[in-house]
Ligand binder design. Structure first.
Ligand SMILES: Nc1ncnc2c1ncn2[C@@H]1O[C@H](COP(=O)(O)OP(=O)(O)OP(=O)(O)O)[C@@H](O)[C@H]1O
Length: 308
């Protein structure tokens, strides 16, 4: 895979405080990369450095091979970004806004505007005034604006913020389409983990300014183990058995028995063991994990480690 954004050993210190602590990751062409982290973790600060809104204290970021430090113009030429709310003139139509923007940027043709409007699905309303647009339509107009110069990298900070479920879905579909059909690299940050799970190919998790994990979403969520709820009686006896003989298998009490995390192929052996120990097995159910479950698992693990 060809990486287009390379973040290498980046640190940001503000007023003596290390906000971003030596993070490195790459983003590839045609992928949607999600940036996840609790409030105050450093997502926006990292994104602001990628788009050149703030300086990097140490390390470097290259976009399309150009360093944001030494070849700023070349680097940001490849980038389209919505970091703060896109400024639009509410009393002009969506189309007039795009024309106005196009005048400030060289080489954008009317055909290009029409094509982009179509791509974001605004053709029907593009000649209406922006003040009559819904929030979702304004977001799409913002997206159209930052797509006009054909960026190779699209950066969106919380793109679905404030949208209703239909609006969220629309934006998600456009983002996936841009990555798949235009080969764009998309970097998004969001708090809505279910959204990130559906939208992203890979995610990076940031906590206290450190990048604690970068993985394919599916691998991150499912890993090589799954959760199984064993409906068993007596569950206390099973818990004791697990603690003494299978202490490496994560086990928690659940409503009807216990939930174990283990590879699917180990389930029959576990059932056999329970039966041998006179523990009655009434049922087994695979409990699917969500990105939210995994996110909370890894961020709380890390919290414990940090405080040790
Ligand atoms: N200009 C600044 N001066 C001082 N502290 C700052 C500045 N910018 C950011 N910070 C601090 O850096 C940390 C990271 O902030 P940042 O906005 O990047 O987090 P975030 O992950 O985007 O959070 P959220 O999800 O709440 O938007 C926070 O503790 C914030 O207070």
């Amino acid at each position: 895979m060809e990486s287009i954004v390379v973040i290498k050993d980046v640190t940001k210190v503000i007023k003596g405080r290390t906000i971003i602590d030596n993070i490195s990751f790459d983003v590839n062409k045609g992928e949607v990369f999600g940036f996840l982290g609790p409030n105050g973790a450093g997502k926006t600060t990292t994104i602001r450095m990628i788009v050149g809104l703030i300086d990097i204290t140490s390390g470097d970021i290259t976009i399309g091979g150009s360093s944001i430090k030494t070849k700023f113009e070349d680097a940001v030429r490849h980038v389209g970004a919505i970091v703060e709310n896109p400024e639009m003139y509410k009393f002009l139509s969506g189309y007039q806004n795009l024309i106005h923007y196009a005048r400030m940027v060289k080489g954008i043709t009317k055909d290009k505007i029409d094509e982009t409007v179509k791509l974001v699905g605004l053709s029907d309303r593009i000649h209406d005034k922006v003040k009559t647009y819904s929030l979702g339509m304004r977001q799409r107009l913002g997206l159209a604006q930052c797509l006009l110069h054909d960026p190779k990298v699209l950066i969106l900070d919380e793109p679905t913020n404030g949208l209703d479920p239909a609006g969220i879905r629309e934006i998600r579909d456009y983002i996936r389409l841009l990555a798949r059909e235009k080969g764009m690299a998309v970097i998004v940050s969001s708090h809505i983990l279910s959204e990130m799970e559906m939208m992203c190919d890979r995610i990076g998790i940031i906590q206290n300014g450190r990048l604690i994990d970068v993985q394919m979403v599916q691998e991150f969520v499912h890993g090589n183990t799954a959760s199984f709820e064993f409906e068993i009686i007596p569950s206390e006896k099973a818990m004791t058995l697990l603690k003494t003989q299978f202490s490496t298998i994560p086990a928690t009490n659940s409503r009807n028995g216990i939930t174990l995390e283990l590879p699917k192929e180990d389930v029959p052996a576990m059932v056999k063991k329970f039966v041998e120990e006179d523990i009655q097995v009434y049922g087994i159910k695979e409990v699917s994990k969500t990105l939210e479950d995994r996110f909370l698992e890894v961020t709380s693990d890390k919290e414990t480690v940090d405080h040790d």
